[in-house]
Ligand binder design. Structure first.
Ligand code: SS9
Ligand code: ZN
Length: 683
């Protein structure tokens, strides 16, 4: 199942016809630059091209008032003077004789995308549209937006396809207040937005863009705002908000459809956002959303005003939708203090609504964030000096590296009597194992090392791993006679021979894993249901779930709040996933785990399973091939003791792992805050 691309050159055919510094950045080239980059890189040719269409009146009226629609309908017939005059009643927007036509196409394009996805024609897709939508309101144009494309699409999907829950992720750097207003009392639409805010000093200067606007009435809890109070936010800041707020809420919400307000003014080089996240971050943001809603993800272009940054970011997004391996995000720094404060505020405001926050520590909020500031009218938009104006664009950053698919996506190493899994290439030959390795193996397989079969299996696995690291093979699956021993053997000796850092994820009960490493060549995260081995180093992280790995909410919380941020900070060159016998983890959760782990090490994951767990091969193979994981059913709260233990563990580990931080407070009297104090980036 493919990826849809909706694009129509017609949407480049309007522009600003007078002088207006606030609007001059919204140019037709935004669309052509994005599209041409997709063509040049060969990505557009790999997408299913879906034609745009105009949204009907009835569709526009799903969100907008009749009066407003009628008023906009007149704009094609207006003189230049009339258009200017008409424009004046709204903020930061311009009209043009052709913009009504384009606005209908923009909204209709997103509806076409929803249709293609909901009817199963494609898995996911993107609509490259102008004008953007997320600022426009029921009765008003605003911020370059005429009709609220994504809000219309959400209502349309609910009405036409009976979709029960829609998640809207707005990663544009401006607050989509139009979307917020549209759904603030609606519990069926979860709206998430992060945005440049600077304590209300940044456009659109709204009190209701702050973290404490959580929704109204039965919609309370279903509006999540993360305001950025400083510029210069980086990849780590964005990722921590995904790991510690958006993703846990999104999984708990369990959407049937994900809509993305895909604005790329949140990327480096953008003159509006002035943030420092690199275009490859969008590969990861996209990837992290791709296993929700059975993969039904629909992205619609919003902002993005640096043409270079915009085009690169669009390409990263589309390439991820197509399923290509993700780029590694090297040298992630700590989230900055201001970002951590925003994170803390958002988590605190939502504590009462989401069970994943039930057990989170709740220290007092940073002071500045608790009192709304007063805006002096004249101070509102300080005139930018020429120097300031170019500061965003003066930024340079390297072009994102090429992302190439290995010739073989997935391979397997299986006992001869086990039938292969669909889509997995079976590896049956291998190079001879070096005697040095055979000797090492003896440490792990005291009996089996003499056994020709065991050595053959191990040497095939070694070959598989080598081929992953030379990018001949993407990922792999192996059935082994003793999965605990094999995981140890690979983590301790074989993998670390081939690669600098290996992330070892061990699911289910096993012993001996704490001996794997202390030198950082392996990071072991062991999720199990039993107490036992103590932590010996920062590189062995036992995660105990009293309810066992079968408790999906507890397990998921460990994966999103611990494993993901740890993985991003560690940046492994290879992932080893060992599934211990009778781990109890359900198929859906298992697939989600594999799907999420694909974001590390350019997708190089080796899954080890016990020989008699063949039943799990199908779901594993499917996830390794990149098929969307089955959606998890409604998640309850994690078992209270487990939820609590996970939060305490995360707090303890913050001293060693800065991506685990979720508070910005600096309280010297509280020893649990030491991690934050030592690690946070200072702006
Ligand atoms: C220019 C101010 C522009 C409006 C921005 C709308 C972006 C929509 N200095 N303000 S994504
Ligand atoms: Zn924007």
């Amino acid at each position: 199942m493919g990826t849809a691309l909706v694009y129509d050159e017609e949407m480049t055919k309007y522009k600003l016809l007078w002088v207006d510094p606030a609007c001059k950045i919204e140019v037709p080239e935004r669309l052509t630059a994005s599209y041409e980059a997709l063509v040049r890189s060969g990505l557009s040719g790999r997408c299913v091209s879906v034609p745009a269409r105009q949204a009907s009146d009835a569709e526009i009226l799903l969100v907008h008032s009749e009066e407003y629609l009628e008023a906009v309908k007149k704009t094609p017939y207006m003189t230049l003077e009339d258009l200017k005059e008409f424009t004046l009643q709204y903020g930061d927007v311009y009209f043009h004789p052709n913009i009504y036509h384009c606005a209908k196409l923009a909204a209709g394009s997103v509806l076409q995308l929803v249709d293609s996805i909901m009817t199963g024609k494609v898995r996911n897709g993107i609509a490259l549209v102008r004008p953007p939508g997320h600022h426009s309101m029921r009765g008003a144009a605003n911020g370059f937006c005429v009709f609220n494309n994504v809000a219309i699409a959400a209502r349309y999907a609910k009405q036409k396809y009976g979709v029960k829950r829609v998640l809207i992720v707005d990663w544009d750097i401006h607050h989509g207040q139009g979307v917020q207003y549209c759904f603030e009392d609606d519990p069926s639409v979860l709206y998430f937005s992060w945005h440049r805010y600077e304590h209300q000093k940044f456009w659109p200067h709204l009190r209701e863009s702050d973290y404490d606007s959580v929704g109204k009435g039965s919609g309370a809890g279903f509006n999540i705002n993360v305001p950025w109070n400083k510029v210069g936010m980086e990849n780590s800041d964005y990722l921590s908000v995904f790991c510690h707020v958006l993703l846990p809420a999104a999984y708990e919400f369990c959407p049937d459809l994900v809509l993305v307000c895909a604005g790329f003014d949140s990327a480096i080089g953008d003159p509006e956002g002035e943030m420092c996240a690199t275009p490859d971050i969008f590969a990861h943001l996209t990837h992290l959303l791709m296993n929700l809603a059975g993969g039904k993800l629909c992205a619609a272009l919003e902002g993005g005003y640096n043409l270079t940054s915009l085009a690169q970011s669009v390409c990263q997004t589309v390439q991820t939708l197509l399923g290509d391996p993700l780029p590694r995000l090297a040298n992630l720094r700590s989230p900055c203090i201001s970002a951590l404060e925003s994170l803390q505020c958002a988590r605190s405001a939502h504590r009462q609504y989401w069970s994943f926050l039930k057990h989170a520590a709740n220290p007092p909020l940073p002071e500045i964030s608790t009192k709304p500031i007063k805006l002096a009218k004249e101070e509102e938009e300080p005139a930018e000096t020429a120097e300031e104006e170019s500061s965003g664009e003066a930024k340079v950053w390297p072009e994102p590296p090429q992302r190439s698919c290995p010739p073989v996506c997935s391979a397997s190493v299986l006992p001869d009597d086990v039938a292969g899994a669909d889509g997995l290439k079976r590896l049956s030959t291998s190079g001879a194992l070096q005697p040095r390795l055979v000797n090492k193996l003896k440490n792990h397989f005291t009996k089996a090392a003499d056994d020709g079969d065991a050595v053959a299996t191990i040497s095939r696995l070694h070959t598989l791993m080598e081929k992953m690291l030379t990018n001949e093979i993407g990922n792999g699956l192996a059935l082994v006679p003793d999965v605990a021993a094999a995981t140890m053997c690979f983590a301790q000796d074989l993998a670390s021979d081939l690669v600098d850092r290996v992330l070892v994820v061990c699911v289910g009960n096993a012993t001996g894993l704490n001996y794997v490493t202390t030198d950082g060549r392996a990071l072991v995260v062991h999720i199990s249901g039993e107490d036992g081995e103590e932590r010996k180093s920062k590189y062995y992280i036992p995660v105990r779930l009293k309810q066992g790995c079968g408790d999906t909410s507890g397990f998921l919380q460990a994966v999103l709040g611990l494993l993901l941020p740890l993985g991003y900070e560690y940046d492994p060159g290879l992932v080893l996933l060992g599934r211990m016998p009778e781990s109890g983890v359900g198929d859906g959760m298992w697939q989600q785990l594999i799907g999420l782990l694909r974001g590390f090490a350019k997708g190089h994951t080796l899954v080890l399973m016990q020989a008699n767990e063949e039943a799990c091969m199908g779901p594993t193979a499917s996830a390794l091939l990149g098929h969307p994981a089955a959606p998890l059913q409604e998640l309850g709260a994690p078992f209270p003791q487990d939820g609590d233990a996970l939060e305490r563990l995360r707090e303890r580990l913050q001293a060693d792992w800065k991506m685990l931080q979720t508070t910005g407070r600096m309280d010297c009297s509280d020893p649990s805050m030491l991690g934050t104090m030592l690690n946070a980036r200072d702006s």
